[in-house]
Design a protein around this ligand. Structure first.
Ligand code: ZN
Length: 304
């Protein structure tokens, strides 16, 4: 089974806006190959916040191949492989959204999130973001270059293998309470249909039920002072809301815990429902144009 770490950078907030990919292959307990490619996103719209993170400009990718071409040589390695990513819901979301945007099937593979691995093997009050874990482990890399990030992700997994005595990266799941997520082959997510005349609220409620199958969605977040807060998704007649139990949330103000869930940042997520974070992202991103469930709307906190 091929084992490789993957990292995507995106041009803007859309998950199908990949502008760079980095990969690092693991064999026999070490990184044996690295690659990175620039990708021309479907829409040449770069958000300043994203540029600040990765430094890639529209001019850098104007002549780069589109996603299917850039990824063609790597997709066979993904098939039936074990994929590693740091904060995997983000990268898996990019992969799936980008394949779907080009009408391509999602290959069947398993993935493991090295953020979850690091939380269990290398916990630290400073958090387990890629840069922080890498620096604690003495892994030298240029953060936010896709190829470098994939390399650091692979090295974190290898360090965890050494520390835990697991026989391989795949073997981590036998020594740690970790789940490997296996994607079924084929187009994976049901897409929204264009909205009718029911209005945003009705659509949002419908889509929330589709996304979450009527289950209560709650995220447990570790606050900066170590307190635990709960962010709950609520359906109201007027739309969807994320409500937090922290002081700001109770005072109906936006808080960083809600922002983190909206952004898909799972650094301080304690609850295990990573899949719900990804589904929330899709809920925000996939709502039909003109009827989008705007993040601002989700961020708004109202009294129950
Ligand atoms: Zn909060």
């Amino acid at each position: 089974m091929t084992c490789l770490a993957i990292d995507f950078e995106t041009a803007n907030e859309r998950r199908d806006s990949a502008c760079a990919v980095g990969l690092a292959w693991i064999e026999d307990g070490r990184v044996v190959r690295r690659a990175s490619r620039l990708i021309r996103p479907p829409e040449m719209r770069f958000s300043p916040g994203n540029i600040r993170v990765h430094g890639i400009l529209p001019a850098d990718v104007r002549d780069a191949p589109p996603f299917p071409v850039a990824m063609a040589e790597f997709l066979p390695d993904l098939e039936h492989g074990l994929i590693l990513a740091h904060n995997a819901p983000f990268d898996m979301g990019v992969l799936r959204a980008s394949l779907a945007a080009h009408g391509l099937p999602v290959p069947s593979f398993s993935y493991l999130c090295t953020l979850q691995v690091a939380r269990q093997v290398f916990p630290d009050p400073a958090g387990c973001g890629l840069g922080k874990v890498a620096s604690r482990l003495g892994i030298r890399f240029e953060h936010h270059d896709a190829g470098e990030d994939a390399f650091a992700c692979a090295e974190i997994a290898l360090a965890a293998v050494r520390v835990t005595g697991a026989e391989s990266v795949a073997g981590l799941t036998r020594v740690l309470p970790l789940r490997v997520t296996t994607l079924p082959p084929g187009p994976e997510m049901p897409r929204y249909r264009a909205p009718g005349r029911e209005g945003i609220a009705g659509r949002a409620a419908l889509s929330a039920r589709r996304q979450f199958a009527d289950a209560e969605v709650r995220f447990m977040i570790r606050g900066s002072t170590g307190n635990r807060y709960e962010v709950a998704l609520e359906e109201r007649p007027s739309g969807l809301y994320l409500r937090c139990t922290c002081m700001a949330g109770r005072n109906r103000r936006r808080c960083r815990h809600v922002d983190a869930m909206v952004d898909g940042d799972v650094t301080d997520l304690i609850s295990e429902n990573l899949a719900d974070v990804e589904r929330l992202r899709r809920l925000i991103e996939d709502a039909p144009a003109g009827h989008r469930v705007e993040p601002e709307r989700l961020r708004r906190v109202q009294a129950a």
